[in-house]
Structures are given as structure tokens and as C-alpha cells.
Write a protein that binds this ligand. Structure first.
Ligand code: SF4
Ligand code: SF4
Length: 307
């Protein structure tokens, strides 16, 4: 089983649009599972026509917080001095610490520093993970971080394991992961174990700069990748520069097309529409069908679309 991850350095450049379309196209060729790793703004399900109530959800506990055992505390303030996240405030009235659950990262430093063992680190329900069957004949696994909670990278880790278990059970050949945007923990967790990465960008200075940043991470993990330029015709000179930067890694270009907007507002993958952008995505999928890293028997660090 192989993992294809679609990511972007910047949000809003078409990652979910491409992920949903590729999932639908690959599902016609092989058994697949889709995995929405963007737990801060989960929307791959929507792009595939599924509302939240179509999922079977379960709470997950991948985060920890400090809790005070008041009767053991003698007010020595060691915990206060050892929290680098400013998550501890001093309650002058009680002469005891107070923990801010929004700032606490659950690192455990205060608990280690406490000479009275008056702090315990407890697991908290910080998100949920769910799965659903799409009308395109494959399962999607998604996750959501609870408002104000931390630990999104760990939720991604958890949901990827769930997606891989479902893929194994269903005999899937490919897991299509829609990553979070940027370069933070959920992106690194999305990348983990990937066999091939598609980095999507658009011809804007911010998107080009963020593409270069995210590619530093992809290269660090030595994962083969290809680049897609979305809405390339909106800024042809900058598109040309990105093309030159991409060189052989250019996997394809998608034109700005009003039908893409229509597809998105109707919760339909673009490739279900007859339009220019859909044809360009089909070409990208055809190139990926020849990608050794995705369809070969072994993991390959070499990049080649040529079978
Ligand atoms: S667990 Fe870490 S972040 Fe939370 S209060 Fe203790 S030291 Fe601060
Ligand atoms: S380190 Fe322990 S005993 Fe000291 S103030 Fe903090 S919780 Fe209380």
C-alpha cells in the first residue's frame, strides 16, 4: 500500500480541490482510502459531498494537561518558575498555582519540578476522528481538533493510523492524504510515511515563497515530489518562474476556471464536471499513474514519472 500526500505551503491554493479530484480518479483504477489530515480546517469530506453528520465520529485523547492536587501543594512556586509556556498563574488569595488549560502544552516540566508531587498530567479529549463512505466508492477518514485545544499533529498521527488500518482491511492500494497547509506539526505528521508528495502552489509571491519553505521539509525527509501550479494563467510571468524553479518536478498546471468554483459550491469534485480544469487534473493523474514511487513494489527515493 502506498501513500500519496497533497500539500501546499500556503492555504487556499487548491489542495483539497486537487485531493478530492485525484481520489475520485484513482478510485476508478484501484481501491483507495482518502484521509483528511487538515484537522484544523477539515473539508475534504465536504469536497466529496459529505456533511459532518455522514461521519461516524469518536473522541480522541492525544493531548495532556497539568492538574493541581491542591491538598498536596505547599505553595513553593517551583512549578511557576519552570513553566516556559506561561500557563501557570499565581492565585495570591489561595497562595497556590492555577493552570491555564488553553496555554498548557502538557509538557510535564511543572510536574517534574514539584517537590510535593502535587501536579498530575492528565489526558484530555482534544479532538475527534471519524470515517464515512463516499458515493464514489471509497472510505474517507477525517479528524477535527476541538476549539482551543492543542496537539493537532498527534491527531493527524492517530487518524493516519486509522486510515491505514481501514485501507489494510479493505485491501486498498493507495491512501490519498490531504495535508494541512504550512510547515507546522500537522504537516510533518501528514508527510510521515508518504511515498510521494504533490506540492500545489499558485502564481502569487506568497504562495511561491511558501512552496519553497514546504519543499525544504519534503526534501529533508527525502520524499519524492512533484509540483502543480494552480490558476497558472492568472499570472503568466510568475508561473513561468515557478515552472523554471520546478524543472523536471513539474507535474502539471491547472487553469483558472469558473467551473472549479461551481463544483466547489456544489460540494462536487472538479473532475465530475466537464471543464478545462478537470481535463488538466486528468492529465496530472495520468502522469501519476506512471510514477514508480506510487506503483512500484519498493520504496524509491528516485523521482520518475516514467514507469
Ligand atoms: S505541563 Fe508544561 S505547559 Fe503545562 S503547566 Fe506544566 S510546565 Fe506549563
Ligand atoms: S511546585 Fe508543587 S508544591 Fe510547589 S507550588 Fe507548585 S504545585 Fe505547589
Amino acid at each position: 500500500m502506498k501513500i500519496l500526500t497533497i500539500l501546499s505551503g500556503k492555504g487556499g491554493v487548491g489542495k483539497t480541490m486537487l485531493s478530492s479530484s485525484l481520489a475520485v480518479l484513482f478510485a476508478k483504477q484501484a481501491k483507495i482510502v482518502a484521509c483528511d489530515c487538515d484537522v484544523d480546517a477539515s473539508n475534504l469530506g465536504l469536497a466529496l459531498g459529505l456533511r459532518e453528520n455522514a461521519f461516524k465520529w469518536q473522541d480522541v485523547e492525544t493531548s495532556e494537561k497539568a492538574v493541581l492536587i491542591e491538598e498536596k501543594c505547599d505553595g513553593c512556586k517551583m512549578c511557576l518558575q519552570n513553566c516556559v509556556f506561561s500557563a501557570i498563574h499565581w492565585n495570591e488569595e489561595k497562595d497556590k498555582p492555577e493552570f491555564d488549560s488553553f496555554l498548557c502544552e502538557g509538557c510535564g516540566a511543572c510536574s517534574l519540578a514539584c517537590p510535593k508531587s502535587a501536579i498530575k498530567i492528565v489526558k484530555v479529549k482534544n479532538g475527534k476522528v471519524g470515517y464515512a463512505r463516499t458515493k464514489y466508492g471509497f472510505t474517507i477518514v477525517a479528524g477535527q481538533l476541538k476549539m482551543g485545544e492543542s496537539g493537532s499533529g498527534k491527531i493527524v498521527d492517530y487518524l493516519k493510523k486509522k486510515a491505514l488500518a481501514i485501507a489494510e482491511e479493505e485491501g486498498a492500494k493507495l491512501v490519498v492524504c490531504d495535508s494541512a497547509a504550512g510547515i507546522s506539526c500537522p504537516v510533518i505528521a501528514s508527510l510521515r510515511g508518504s511515498d510521494f508528495v504533490i506540492a500545489i502552489t499558485e502564481p502569487s509571491p506568497a504562495s511561491f515563497r511558501d512552496l519553497k519553505r514546504v519543499l525544504c521539509i519534503v526534501k529533508h525527509f527525502r520524499i519524492p515530489y512533484g509540483i502543480v501550479i494552480n490558476k497558472w494563467n492568472l499570472n503568466k510571468p510568475l508561473s513561468k518562474r515557478i515552472e523554471r524553479f520546478a524543472g523536471k518536478k513539474l507535474l502539471g498546471k491547472i487553469s483558472y476556471d469558473r467551473e472549479v468554483v461551481n463544483a466547489i459550491v456544489n460540494l462536487t469534485p472538479v473532475v465530475e464536471k466537464k471543464c478545462k480544469a478537470a481535463n488538466e487534473i486528468i492529465k496530472i493523474k495520468e502522469r501519476l499513474s506512471k510514477c514508480k514511487s506510487l506503483w512500484g513494489n519498493t520504496k524509491s527515493n528516485s523521482y520518475s514519472f516514467e514507469g
